[in-house]
Design a protein around this ligand. Structure first.
Ligand SMILES: Cc1ncc(COP(=O)(O)O)c(C=O)c1O
Length: 400
C-alpha cells in the first residue's frame, strides 16, 4: 500500500512544497517528540471509566513517577491540557487582582508568564533581550523582588533560545524575599536535573510531549504547602487546584473533570519507559545528545545562539544555533526536511536568524547522528562547509 504524501509545514511553511511521508519523518523539533510504538499502542486501548479503580491506579502510578522526575514530595496533579494550561494553573491559583508576579523573561516562554500574569493581577517584568540570546542577570531579578511580590516565575529551560536558566539561585532569591516560586520545567523535567524540593519551587509544571516522550495534550503540576496556603479565592474554574486536590484524595483517585484517557494511557506507558531507562541514565543521555550537537556545530563552524553568563548554561534538550552565512532558513531547513528530518526555526523576530534542534525524549544516537549528517549534507550542497564529515565525526566521538 502506498502512503499518500502529506504536506506539512512548521514555522511559516518551510519546506511546504516538499512532499513528506509523515510516517517516516524524524521529528527533531523541541516537542512534540517522536512517540515510541509502545506508547502509541497504549493509546488504542478501550476506554475505561474515569472514576474507576483502574483509572485511579493509573493516575496514582503516573503521579508518583512524576514526583520522582520533579524531585519532589509535593502534591502532584495531571491536567488535560498542554504545558501552557499548567502554567496558567500555577499563576491563576496564586495571583489575584491585588498581587504582583515578577516575571523573568529571556525567551518566548518567559514572556508567556507575563501574558498570563496580566490576566490575573499585576506583573513586574525583568526583561533580557532574548532576540540577542541574553542570559539572566541575578542582580536585576533581586532588585525586582526587593520591591515585594507574591511570586516570581522562571522558565528553567527557555526552548525559544536554548538557554538553561539558574533555577536554584532564583529559588534562593524567592526565599530571601518571601515570594512563591513558579517554575516552568516543561523542557527539563524528565530529561535534565530538576530538584523542586531542594530549589524551593512552590509550583512546577511539565508538558507531556517533551522529555517524557508522550504525545502532547497533558501537563502536570506540583504544589507545595506554601502554595496551598496562598491560594486565591477565585482561581480559574477548569484549573482550580483545590478541585484537583479534592478529587485526587477520594478513595479512588480521580481528576475533577473527564480526563483525556488515551493520553493518560500513553503517559503511563511513557513514564514506565522512563523508569526502565532510569532517570539518571536518561538525564545523562539527554546531556550527551546536546553535547554531541554542540560539538558538531563547532566542527561545522556554526555559531551557538545563546550568550552565556556565569548564571546560565546551554540547554541540554534543545540546541539553538545561528543560521550560517551562505544559506538561508528556507534552504537549510527545507533541505534537511527533504532528507526526512524536521528541525525548528526561530520564533518571533528570530525567524530566519536561528535554527533549533530538539533532542528530547526517546531518541537514539543514530537520530542525533542522522540529524547532524543531514545538516552537514545541506551545508555542503550550498558550499557553506567545504568538507563532509567533521560534524558527524565530532558528534560520534561524543557519543561513542
Ligand atoms: C519551555 C516551554 N514552556 C511552555 C511551553 C508551552 O507548552 P505547550 O505548547 O504544551 O502549551 C513550551 C512549548 O514549547 C515550552 O517549550
Amino acid at each position: 500500500m502506498q502512503v499518500a504524501p502529506i504536506r506539512h509545514g512548521n514555522n511559516k511553511n518551510i519546506g511546504e512544497s516538499i512532499p513528506m511521508n509523515l510516517e517516516n519523518t524524524l521529528l527533531m523539533i523541541p516537542g512534540p517528540v517522536p512517540v515510541a510504538p509502545r506508547i502509541l499502542r497504549a493509546m488504542s486501548k478501550p476506554m475505561i471509566g474515569h472514576r474507576s479503580k483502574e483509572f485511579g491506579d493509573l493516575y496514582n502510578e503516573c503521579r508518583s513517577t512524576l514526583q520522582e522526575l520533579f524531585g519532589t514530595k509535593n502534591d502532584m496533579y495531571i491536567i488535560s491540557g498542554s504545558g501552557s494550561c499548567a502554567m496558567e494553573a500555577a499563576v491563576g491559583n496564586i495571583i489575584g487582582e491585588k498581587d504582583t508576579l515578577v516575571t523573568i523573561e529571556n525567551g518566548k516562554f518567559g514572556e508567556r508568564f507575563r501574558e498570563i500574569g496580566e490576566r490575573y493581577g499585576s506583573v513586574r517584568s525583568v526583561k533580557f533581550d532574548w532576540t540577542k540570546g541574553e542570559s539572566i542577570d541575578l542582580e536585576k531579578v533581586e532588585s525586582a523582588l526587593a520591591e515585594g511580590a507574591r511570586a516570581v516565575s522562571l522558565v528553567h529551560n527557555d526552548t525559544s533560545v536554548g538557554i538553561k536558566n539558574p533555577a536554584q539561585e532564583i529559588g534562593e532569591l524567592a526565599k530571601k524575599y518571601g515570594a512563591l516560586f513558579i517554575m516552568d520545567g516543561v523542557t527539563t523535567i524528565g530529561g535534565d536535573e530538576v530538584h523542586v524540593d531542594k530549589w524551593g519551587v512552590d509550583l512546577a509544571v511539565v508538558g507531556s510531549q517533551k522529555c517524557i516522550g508522550a504525545p502532547p495534550g497533558l501537563s502536570a503540576i506540583s504544589v507545595s504547602k506554601k502554595a496551598w496556603d496562598a491560594m486565591v479565592e477565585k482561581p480559574p474554574y477548569y484549573m482550580d487546584l483545590k478541585a484537583y486536590r479534592k478529587s485526587a484524595a477520594k478513595e479512588t483517585a480521580q481528576t475533577p473533570y473527564t480526563p483525556a484517557l488515551p493520553l493518560f494511557f500513553a503517559l503511563n506507558e511513557a513514564l514506565r519507559i522512563v523508569k526502565e531507562e532510569g532517570l539518571e541514565e536518561r538525564i545523562k543521555r539527554h546531556s550527551k545528545f546536546a553535547e554531541a550537537l554542540r560539538a558538531a556545530a563547532d566542527a561545522m563552524n556554526i555559531e551557538m545562539f545563546p550568550k552565556l553568563n556565569k548564571y546560565s548554561k546551554y540547554s541540554n534538550t534543545v540546541t539553538a544555533m545561528y543560521i550560517p552565512t551562505g544559506i538561508d532558513d528556507k534552504k537549510l531547513r527545507g533541505g534537511i526536511k527533504e532528507l526526512g528530518i524536521q528541525v525548528s526555526g526561530g520564533q518571533g523576530s528570530l525567524e530566519g536568524k536561528i535554527f533549533r534542534i530538539g533532542s528530547m525524549g526517546n531518541l537514539s544516537k543514530l537520530d542525533i547522528l542522522g540529524t547532524v549528517q543531514a545538516v552537514e549534507i545541506v551545508l555542503h550542497r550550498h558550499d557553506v562547509v567545504k568538507k563532509m564529515g567533521p560534524g558527524v565525526e565530532a558528534a560520534a566521538s561524543v557519543l561513542k
